[in-house]
Design a protein around this ligand. Structure first.
Ligand code: FMN
Length: 187
């Protein structure tokens, strides 16, 4: 196979499209992020990367907390809206008819209509360049029960969108194999 060399800045792998809540009370704002991932399982730590020019940057800096809200594919319009308008200019909650739901541990509200919410406290940050990467300890996770199977995300029910190279994708349902299946194969 002859490979071509690409710009290292290229993003090829599927990323999530999550809407993050930052700020509290009337000041609470919503920002869509694709730079969201898991960094540690015990303690549970996630990472989110935000550009300092975003309005949301000041709010995460001020409060040191955030909520990761995962949308369903039916909530793609709301997701794109929160990633293309600034809280400096519009109240995204009001424009999208979204409801602030009190979180169980932190002061930043969750999006009631979004089925999966993770309450996070910032424990560290690294200024990397274009983005500041925040490490958030997950202090509580909430889900619509229909997406959960034995304390985990049910891969058969899962219908959250992914983001790749500027496109929103539906990840096709259906498990290919389970983690560790290759141990059963020879050699
Ligand atoms: C799908 C998608 C993914 C995005 N991912 C990020 C990201 O990871 N980091 C970031 O700083 N901005 C990201 N953005 C851009 C912000 O969401 C956008 O600039 C937003 O309007 C900022 O809102 P604010 O000014 O209210 O904070 C993304 C936008 C979209 C649509």
């Amino acid at each position: 196979m002859k490979k071509i060399t690409l710009n290292p800045k290229i993003s090829t792998f599927p990323m999530p499209t999550a809407v993050i809540t930052v700020g509290t009370g009337e000041e609470a704002n919503l920002i869509t992020l694709a730079y969201v991932g898991k960094a540690c399982s015990d303690p549970p730590i996630v990472v989110v990367s935000i550009q300092p020019k975003r309005y949301s940057y000041q709010l995460i800096e001020k409060h040191g907390e955030f909520v990761i809200n995962y949308p369903t594919i039916e909530q793609l319009k709301e997701t794109d809206y929160c990633g293309t308008r600034s809280g400096r200019d519009v109240n995204k909650w009001k424009e999208l008819n979204l409801t602030k739901e009190e979180a169980s541990i932190i002061k930043v509200p969750m999006i009631k209509e979004f089925p999966w919410n993770m309450e996070c406290k910032v424990i560290n940050k690294i200024e990397l360049g274009s983005h500041v990467c925040y490490f958030g300890k997950v202090v509580a996770t909430h889900s619509d029960p229909k997406y959960v199977k034995i304390d985990s995300l049910d891969p058969e029910k899962f219908n959250f969108p992914a983001y790749i190279a500027g496109n929103y994708l539906e990840l096709k349902k259906g498990t290919l194999e389970i983690h560790g299946f290759s141990l059963e194969l020879s050699p």
